[in-house]
Design a protein around this ligand. Structure first.
Ligand SMILES: [Zn+2]
Length: 298
C-alpha cells in the first residue's frame, strides 16, 4: 500500500469520524496476464503490475530492474507457482528487499498451491531434464481451477485489507459463476474434439477438464527440446490419426510445422495467457480462443 493511500484513508477516517469502509488500493504484482486477470476481477481497485506479457516464457524469464522496482513496493505477489517462476522470481524478490512478499508470508500467493495438481509423482525428474518435478504448474488454462484460485485470492486479499474482504469475496464469486455459465458451451464444443499435440505440457489442465485427448508432446520430457529421432517416433505414433498441433508463440515453430506437414494436421499458435490488460472477461475470451482452436480438426 502506498503511503499516500494510507494517509488518505486516515484523513477520510478523521473527516468522517468513521473507519474507512472502502477497500484500500493494495499494490499487487502478478507474474503473468492470467494472474493479472484474476487480480483485476477480484480487486479492481488494486494498483496492479503484471511482470510479463503473454509472449514471454515464464520458465525462462530474467529478473529485470523494472521487476525489482515493482516488487519493492508490493503488498502482494500473485504467482502461478509450483516452481514455474523459480528461475527468476526468488532472485527478483530477494533483490527487492521486501520481506513481506517472500514465500510463506501473507504477501506471497501461488495459484498452484490452491488447487490439485496434475503430473505429480510420476517419472518427473530434474535428472532427466524435467523442469517441473513439483508437478505441472500450468493450472491457469483450467477455468474451473482458476475460479477456485480466485476465491482463495479473495481470502488472501481480505487478510491484507479487512475492509475490502466482502467485496473481494463477492467479486470472486461473480467470476466463479461466470465460469460456471460458460462450462456447458465449452463442454459441448469440445465433445468431439479429435485430440491435441502440445509442444510442452502447458495446456494439459484444459484438455483434462474437458476430456480432450492429449495425443503427444513435441518435447520428449518437459523442458527438453526434441531430437530428430524423437520427432520421427512421434510422427510414427500419430500417423493415421486426426488432431491439432498447438504451441505457444515463444516455442520454436520448426518441429510443430514439420509434424503438421508430415501428418496433414493444422497447427495453431496460441498464447498461454490472455492479453496484458485482460480482466476476468478477457480471461474467459482467452479460453474461448483455445476451445475454438482445439475443437476443429481440419
Ligand atoms: Zn512448464
Amino acid at each position: 500500500m502506498k503511503r499516500r493511500s494510507i494517509l488518505l484513508a486516515a484523513l477520510l477516517a478523521t473527516t468522517l469520524g468513521v473507519a474507512p469502509a472502502l477497500a484500500l488500493a493494495l499494490d499487487v504484482v502478478a507474474t503473468c496476464p492470467s494472474m493479472g486477470a484474476l487480480v483485476r476481477t477480484v480487486a479492481p481497485n488494486a494498483n496492479l503490475t503484471v511482470l510479463a506479457g503473454p509472449d514471454r516464457d515464464l520458465h525462462s524469464l530474467q529478473a529485470k530492474p523494472s521487476m525489482i522496482r515493482a516488487l519493492r513496493g508490493a503488498d502482494l505477489v500473485v504467482a502461478v507457482g509450483a516452481e514455474l517462476e523459480v528461475g527468476w522470481l526468488p532472485a527478483a524478490s530477494t533483490s527487492a528487499a521486501n520481506p513481506a512478499i517472500l514465500p510463506g508470508r501473507v504477501g506471497y500467493f501461488e495459484a498452484a498451491a490452491q488447487v490439485p495438481l496434475l503430473d505429480v509423482g510420476g517419472s518427473a525428474s530434474r535428472a532427466l531434464g524435467d523442469v517441473h518435478p513439483a508437478g505441472n504448474p500450468h493450472v491457469d488454462l483450467d477455468p474451473v481451477r482458476m475460479a477456485q484460485v480466485a476465491e482463495a485470492l479473495a481470502a488472501r486479499l481480505g487478510q491484507l485489507d479487512a475492509a475490502g474482504a466482502s467485496r473481494y469475496r463477492a467479486n470472486a464469486r461473480r467470476f466463479a459463476k461466470a465460469v460456471d455459465r460458460r462450462l456447458p458451451d465449452w463442454q459441448a464444443r469440445l465433445a468431439s474434439a479429435p485430440g491435441v499435440v502440445l509442444y510442452h505440457r502447458d495446456a494439459v489442465y484444459l484438455l483434462d477438464r474437458f476430456g480432450v485427448p492429449l495425443l503427444g508432446t513435441i518435447e520428449p520430457v518437459p523442458g527438453v527440446p526434441p531430437s530428430g529421432r524423437d520427432l520421427r517416433k512421434l510422427t510414427g505414433e500419430l500417423r493415421g490419426l486426426q488432431g491439432v498441433i498447438v504451441h505457444a508463440p515463444y516455442q520454436s515453430p520448426k518441429a510443430p510445422r514439420k509434424l503438421a506437414r508430415d501428418l496433414g494436421w493444422p497447427v495453431r499458435v496460441l498464447p498461454m495467457s490472455p492479453p496484458l490488460g485482460a480482466d476476468g472477461n478477457g480471461y474467459l475470451s482467452h479460453i474461448d480462443a483455445w476451445v475454438d482452436a482445439i475443437a476443429v480438426a481440419n
